[in-house]
Design a protein around this ligand. Structure first.
Ligand code: F6P
Length: 361
């Protein structure tokens, strides 16, 4: 197929590596296919509202190391549940026809959708309306089953590991318990990976609900020897006898639930129950910002190259995916709605336990 006009959008929460994918699609598209590359602004919101701009080679120069996305993104623009108006007067409408109009008005041959599961579910629905769509998976949480890893995760894990390293010295100096809350809504990959890499003493992840007693006992035991503890908590962690900690529910979002507060709760309970001085650090969006690691730049570049190749071979309705170290494409219909969770019997959990880390169970 002759690719003349290529659309690209970045959807959902940003993560390091989005610009690297964008570049690896746009550069060869312009140089080898002589195609026009159209950047859709602010994710699907831009598709609904017809906001886009043609990219030039200069736009994609020197962006491989830039965090964020030069196109902007949004986690509130699901065209099939599009929010109109403000909180008190909020209406949710189906604006998918407008997306199709934008696709036709821009005369796109293909739309690349760079995003997490929410973005790819929408992409799949759009491909059923006749659009040529190719997905590229991203998320710091690494919670997509259809790919061995998503780009963005390695960068977030590196930030969280460095944060633990830094907390360790101050925890040790003051003989304190330091609780660090990482992102990770349903999957504990960041907390587990950074926790093991940073040598955390207790790691709490959504896949292994914890008991309060095991957390209290672990910090009390440490207080007698090392005299400080690092507790690394995924935001989606929950006690066996309780639930996740929800910060707010925002109906405009593709996933309306915003988590937050588990780190604070755990720090307070540890201090109350053990009498040990405890502090909490919520890492938050620091994990999503800044430069991608070399690993994420390489993965992002490979994803983009394979996705463009798929488009040139008229393979649509697919998503780029890393399978056993090879980037391939998989049908979008098989890729969506399936979460990659930490198997509680995985080797990393086993290794964490082997070095004496408490998993809270
Ligand atoms: O899905 C990625 C993620 O970073 C989650 O880990 C986190 O819960 C969520 O996005 C935060 O979203 P927002 O930027 O809308 O607060």
């Amino acid at each position: 197929m002759r690719l003349q006009r290529i659309g690209i959008l970045t959807g959902g929460g940003d993560c390091p590596g989005l610009n690297a994918v964008l570049r690896s699609i746009a550069k060869p598209a312009m140089a080898h296919f002589n195609a026009t590359v159209v950047g859709i602004l602010d994710g699907y919101e831009g598709m609904v509202e017809g906001r886009a701009r043609e990219l030039t080679p200069i736009d994609v120069l020197g962006i491989i190391n830039q965090g964020g996305t030069i196109l902007g993104t949004s986690n509130k623009g699901d065209p099939f549940h599009f929010p109109m108006g403000e909180r008190n007067n909020l209406r949710i409408v189906d604006s998918s026809d407008q997306v199709l109009d934008t696709y036709r008005n821009l005369k796109l041959d293909v739309l690349f959708t760079i995003g997490g599961d929410g973005t790819q579910i929408i992409a799949h629905k759009l491909s059923a309306t006749g659009m040529n769509v190719i997905g590229i998976p991203k998320t710091i949480d690494n919670d997509l089953e259809a790919t061995d890893i998503t780009f963005g995760h390695d960068s977030a894990r590196a930030v969280a590991t460095e944060a633990i390293d830094r907390l360790q010295t101050t925890a040790s100096a003051h003989h304190r318990v330091m609780v660090i809350e990482t992102m990770g809504r349903y999957a504990g990959w960041i907390a587990l990976g950074a926790g093991v890499a940073g040598g955390a003493d207790i790691i709490l992840i959504p896949e292994i609900p914890f008991t309060w007693d095991s957390v209290f006992n672990a910090v009390l035991k440490r207080s007698k020897g090392a005299r400080f503890s690092i507790v690394c908590v995924a935001e989606g962690a929950k006690p066996k006898d309780g639930d996740i900690s929800v910060r707010e529910v925002d109906k405009k979002r593709t996933d309306p639930v915003r988590l937050g507060g588990m780190g604070e709760l755990i720090a307070k309970r540890i201090e109350d129950e053990t009498g040990l001085e405890t502090r909490v650090t919520v890492l938050g969006h620091v994990q999503r910002g800044g430069s991608p690691t070399a690993y994420d730049r390489l993965l992002a570049t490979r994803f983009g190259a394979v996705a463009l190749q798929a488009a040139s071979q008229s393979q649509f309705g697919v998503m780029a995916s890393l399978q056993k170290n090879e980037v391939v494409t998989v049908p979008l219909k098989d890729a969506i709605g399936r979460q990659r969770l930490v198997p509680p019997n995985s080797q990393l959990v086993f290794a964490a336990r082997a070095v004496g880390t408490c998993l809270g169970d």
